[in-house]
Design a protein around this ligand. Structure first.
Ligand SMILES: NC(=O)c1ccc[n+]([C@@H]2O[C@H](COP(=O)([O-])OP(=O)(O)OC[C@H]3O[C@@H](n4cnc5c(N)ncnc54)[C@H](O)[C@@H]3O)[C@@H](O)[C@H]2O)c1
Length: 445
């Protein structure tokens, strides 16, 4: 394919040289004449292992060149890759001036071309940037319509400096956020020779995946360092701790616990976190990331209580009370906290949980629930039907197929469902009951 790469920094140079090495005809563009001159002389404008050689070969074989001429670059290519910088502003916001400027330049040049070109935004931008900034810049200057006369996709880059070429050639996946399939297909063709799956989604989801990834990487480093700080203080080798920790690929290094949903709780996680934090304070070790976990979890319960109360419903039914299905353990269940808040605000609460029968609760569990929700016996119902028939808003708090099946038979257009477990909507999608028979809101989707 013919490709133009706008911005010859770390991402742009690596992309341009790698695409050329794969046989594409690549023209790089930069406002900096020194970078353009260096590349045309077969030299890499940046230091990155292996790049100098790729640039030299690409230029020598006539598949890689650079220019400052935007019109020439737009005319040259079917795929127009934007790799300009998006630095931080002093207030933390992203400076997208370069994206806007290059968008306007490309838009101006698109005015005079007839064929369908795809603008591929490779720079890291926040969700909303394409719709609010890049698309207006492109359409205003070109006088053309996105998705009809030209395409726009987001295609975040995941390479790491120092191993950028390897990362480019062997990514976990190629992520394509598109408004329409024609543009996504062009990007798929561009990356055809990479042995990596193409993941297609919408424009903003792709942007958010990049931010989720970088935030998670930063969190992992900081988490490991806080474990290191605490371990050292108590005479434990944290590298050994984390080596063993990483051997658990079911719960620790896995997709487990990485699905947005309701707050965590139960008899272990909050208790053990508090004990670690206490130890840290006792040993004068600062653990700000670990310290932030419980307040964030509590905030989540408050936010969801606000969501349940938002539309002034008076009667709420909860399906599920224990901190997760298949247990009667109520200790530190965030759903119990939710019940406290909703009852305290005057809502009539009804609850169904097949594992929670007051007559069968014993010991600390019974004492806990009677202390926290003294009128619990008035709230518990014997069946889902009892809850649904006496409530306006239904909170689906447990992911239990049998609950979902019964709910679908009982819900009416007067009911509002608030779903904590996305599988409810997924199952619903494949059921016989159309969604229009009740109103629905997922907590984070
Ligand atoms: N550096 C990384 O490891 C990395 C990894 C993944 C994603 N990203 C993202 O990729 C983007 C680019 O990062 P970078 O590190 O390559 O940036 P960079 O600052 O090294 O390079 C940006 C280049 O864009 C050029 N430029 C600016 N305006 C231009 C215009 N109108 N036309 C042509 N060129 C123009 C600049 O002269 C510069 O050479 C950023 O959004 C960054 O967040 C970077």
């Amino acid at each position: 394919m013919k490709v133009s790469v706008f911005g010859l920094g770390y991402v742009g140079c690596v992309s341009a040289a790698c695409f050329a090495a794969q046989g594409h005809e690549v023209l790089g563009v930069d406002i900096n004449p020194d970078k353009v001159a260096a590349l045309n002389a077969g030299r890499s404008p940046i230091i990155e292992p292996g790049l100098e050689e790729l640039v030299r070969t690409g230029v020598a074989e006539g598949r890689l060149a650079a220019t400052q001429d935007v019109e020439k670059a737009v005319a040259h290519a079917d795929a127009l890759l934007i790799c300009v910088g998006t630095p931080s502003m002093p207030n933390g916001n992203l400076d997208v001036t370069y994206v806007e400027r290059v968008g306007a330049q490309i838009g101006q040049a698109l005015r005079d071309v007839d064929d369908y070109k795809v603008v591929i935004l490779r720079s890291t931008v926040l969700p909303g940037t394409v719709k609010d900034l890049l698309l207006p810049a492109l359409t205003k200057r070109s006088g053309k319509e996105a998705g009809v006369d030209f395409g726009v996709v987001t295609n975040p880059e995941f390479l790491r400096e120092g191993s950028a070429i390897k990362d480019f050639l062997d990514p976990s996946f190629t992520l394509v956020g598109a408004m329409e399939s024609r543009s996504a297909d062009v990007v798929e063709q561009l990356y055809e020779s990479l042995d990596a799956p193409i993941v297609k989604t919408d424009l903003d989801t792709a942007c958010m995946v990049k931010y989720a990834s970088n935030a998670f990487h930063a969190l992992k480093v900081t988490f490991a360092n806080e474990i290191g700080r605490l371990s050292k203080k108590v005479g434990v080798d944290s590298t050994e701790v984390m080596d063993i920790f990483c051997k658990d690929t079911r719960l620790n290094i896995s997709s487990r616990y990485l699905r947005p949903g309701f707050a965590f709780g139960g008899s272990c996680l909050p208790k053990d976190l508090r004990a670690m934090l206490y130890l840290g304070r006792h040993k004068d070790v600062s653990l700000p990331v670990l310290e932030a976990i419980l307040p964030s979890n509590e905030q989540q319960v408050r936010d969801i209580a606000t969501l349940v109360m938002r539309d002034d419903y008076k009667r709420v039914g909860l399906i599920g009370l224990s901190f997760k299905p298949n247990t009667d353990d109520l200790r530190e269940s965030p759903i119990v906290e939710l019940v406290e808040i909703l009852s305290g605000k005057g809502m009539e609460v009804r609850i169904f949980d097949e594992n929670v029968q007051l007559s069968r609760l014993i010991g600390g569990n019974k004492a806990f629930i009677e202390r926290v929700v003294p009128h619990i016996s008035n709230l518990l119902c014997d069946s889902i039907a009892d809850v649904v028939n006496n409530s306006e808003v239904i909170v689906v708090a447990h992911d239990v197929e049998e609950h979902h099946r019964q709910l679908l038979d009982l819900l009416t257009p007067d009911h509002m469902v608030i779903d904590f477990v996305k599988t409810f909507s997924e199952r619903d999608g494949s059921s016989m009951v159309p969604k229009s028979t009740y109103r629905y809101e997922g907590i984070y989707w």
